[in-house]
Design a protein around this ligand. Structure first.
Ligand code: FES
Length: 639
């Protein structure tokens, strides 16, 4: 069959949409054309299950190899398919599965109290109520702008944006020249009639690959008035940075799609936060944005193609200031948008902000900051030197590319207890529908302690008869893949059996090895043994939910005493808030970035050995890797 066919898509809210597609198009493209967002965590590579759909009516296209690998024969026989791999052969009706909306997803927004404690609040925004008169003298003519400038401090710059100049004649004559002038860094950015000096607000945003979070702040007091956040809408184009880059690589239209999605989201968050706090959006004057390099570039509409190619250099790295109307952020028409500087292609402005928030650059002791996420970042050092590296963990730690993985939302298994059986802790006390990243860590750590998994991550397949009956019955095998059933189809909330497979454990091992190797690599290069690492700060939205004991047990982080490991919240957003409230702090980020030495992990001679060892859950022996690193350092010093 060739030509156009009608496709009907029912999403998890029961909303049905239809689209006309071409035979040969993928079901995912048809669904997206119809306006139904389906997650494509692996970037359409057939390597996850996030895009799966069920064909409820019409001819079912034959399964692909990826369908069989990712979904298994049972699901394939029940008409499930990966929508990114399945090409349309005839009209059909499909149902998005699993639920597209993960209700209760825990989005972590920063705490302004921690961020601004002791901060000297000088945001750079100043509002002045003045009484100016319109020019009166025809012979010695002045201008509207000059009349206003004469009422302002001498430091005010003799310039104004076109939008200010367009408003000025009306505002100046509306209330006998009684008006409020807003300046940022001594530049006039807004004029309005009357006295509005009490209303001066700003927003800080952290644009992450997975989530976007922001908060609305009173620029006079520093008080946080509202917060907003949600999943990054770009996730439908891939769960990790490389998938996002690949989606838009050398394709301006797709870059515009990604940019439009994030601008829409930020505009929506401004709307939402202002409505929550009853703030007029016209009174937002400063917005500080941080994010990884890829998100930073996409937000600005800068091509990310080369960020994804060696040597992974950013297009620009310094601080950026621009008018919100230039982006455009239509919801904050009078704001100046400030982007913090970038450290490297994969160590972005979010890391700069996290350093600012944790004061690593002022520390007397050597401390380490780890942002655990799809792309992890590690910074180590003190006021004398700082080093940073990126640790590409991939989406497994956020539940991506895990057979029954999901984000930390209602129904996610977040912890387990193992005795003679397995007992699940589920977010929202609901029936389980999947496993979130923190749950995955906890499950593996507890299975390890119970002897169900060995130190290499292998699910037990020997002496199974010695196990308590209930545990033994949970071990299954599908072909060559062994799994452990966590919840039967009768116990789960979606009628699907929830299990942890050997492949899932391997995915976790690869992800945690990336983070662990990043930390150890910096310890090795900086010659910081565990005893000299004063503190390890874990940050990022995901880190909040990790049981640190479990994280240490599986060596996601080094085996430090738990009192030396702390969770510091969304440090990137806190850093953005600090830069929002203090121009001198914002200015200091340029120096911070200059002082950080970027270590490219993949090209370091000792990295491969460290990474391979780090894949183990216990008994990680780094003696040889460290010796090698020392030899390389000695050789390069001698040269
Ligand atoms: S398998 Fe389709 S997006 Fe991952």
């Amino acid at each position: 069959m060739t030509g156009s066919v009608e496709i009907r898509i029912v999403d998890d809210d029961g909303i049905s949409r239809s689209a006309t597609a071409q035979v040969g198009d993928t079901l995912l493209d048809a669904a997206m054309d119809a306006g139904t967002d389906i997650s494509a965590t692996c970037g359409r590579r057939g390597k996850c299950r996030s895009c799966r759909v069920k064909i409820v009516n019409g001819d079912v296209p034959p399964p692909t190899l990826q369908d069989r690998i990712q979904l298994g024969d049972d699901a394939v026989n029940e008409r499930f398919r990966l929508s990114c791999q399945t090409r349309i052969i005839a009209p059909c009706e499909i149902m998005a599965a699993p639920p597209r909306t993960e209700s209760g997803h825990q989005i972590l927004v920063g705490s302004s109290e921690a961020a601004i404690d002791g901060l000297d609040i000088r945001s750079g925004v100043v509002k002045s109520f003045i009484e100016a008169s319109a020019p009166m003298d025809e012979h010695n003519q002045t201008t509207d702008l000059r009349e206003v400038l004469d009422q302002l401090p001498d430091s005010t710059k003799d310039e104004a944006s076109l939008s200010v100049l367009r408003r000025l004649p009306t505002v100046l004559r509306k209330d006998n020249g009684r008006m409020t002038v807003t300046t940022f860094a001594d530049r006039i950015i807004h004029v309005e009639p009357g006295d509005t000096t009490e209303h001066m607000y700003g927003m800080a945003f952290d644009i992450g690959t997975t989530s976007v979070v922001g908060c609305l702040v009173d620029l006079r007091s520093g008080e946080q008035l509202a917060e907003a956040g949600n999943l990054n809408p770009q996730a439908v184009h891939g769960g990790d940075l490389m998938s996002r880059i690949a989606y838009a690589q050398f394709d301006e239209k797709k870059l515009a799609v990604l940019r439009g999605e994030i601008l829409n989201a930020i505009n929506g968050f401004i709307d939402e936060a202002c409505a929550d706090a009853s703030v007029d959006m016209a009174h937002i004057y400063k917005i500080v944005v941080v994010g990884n390099t890829c998100m930073h570039h996409i937000f600005l509409g800068i091509d990310t193609s080369h960020v994804g190619l060696a040597p992974y250099a950013p297009v620009v790295s310094g601080s950026i200031e621009l008018a919100a109307s230039d982006l455009p952020l239509k919801r904050a028409p009078n704001a100046v948008v400030c982007l913090l500087p970038i450290i490297a292609g994969f160590v972005g402005a979010d890391t700069t902000a996290a350093i600012l928030a944790t004061r690593l650059h002022e520390s007397d002791e050597t401390r380490c900051l780890v942002d655990i996420g799809t792309n992890g970042e590690v910074v180590m050092g003190s006021k004398t030197s700082l080093m940073a590296c990126s640790a590409p963990a991939g989406p497994a730690l956020e539940g991506g590319q895990i057979n029954h993985g999901m984000r930390a939302a209602v129904g996610a298994i977040e912890k387990v207890r193992v005795d003679d059986d397995i007992h699940l802790g589920i977010i929202g006390d609901a029936q389980p529908i999947g496993i979130c990243g923190s749950g995955l860590i906890d499950i593996v750590a507890n299975l390890l302690a119970a002897g169900m998994i060995d130190g290499t991550g292998r699910l037990r397949d020997k002496d199974i008869d010695e196990l308590p009956e209930k545990l033994r019955d949970r071990l299954t095998r599908d072909g060559r893949v062994r799994s452990l059933i966590l919840a039967s189809s009768a116990e789960s909330g979606n009628g699907e059996e929830i299990s942890l497979s050997q492949v899932d454990i391997r995915q976790l091992q690869l992800a945690k090895a990336a983070i662990y190797a990043g930390i150890v690599m910096l310890q090795t290069v900086m010659e910081v043994p565990d005893e000299k690492l004063h503190e390890l700060h874990v940050c990022g939205g995901f880190g909040n939910y990790i049981n640190m004991e479990s994280a240490v047990k599986i060596r996601l982080v080094p085996d430090l005493p738990l009192e030396r490991i702390s969770y510091v919240g969304n440090a990137a957003l806190m850093g953005a808030q600090i830069a929002l409230l203090s121009e001198s702090e914002r200015a200091s980020t340029d120096e911070i970035v200059q002082s950080v030495e970027h270590v490219a992990l993949a090209t370091h001679p000792a990295f491969q050995e460290i990474f391979v060892e780090a894949c183990n859950l216990v008994d990680i022996d780094l003696t040889e890797a460290r010796k090698k690193s020392r030899r390389v350092t000695a050789a390069s010093t001698a040269a």
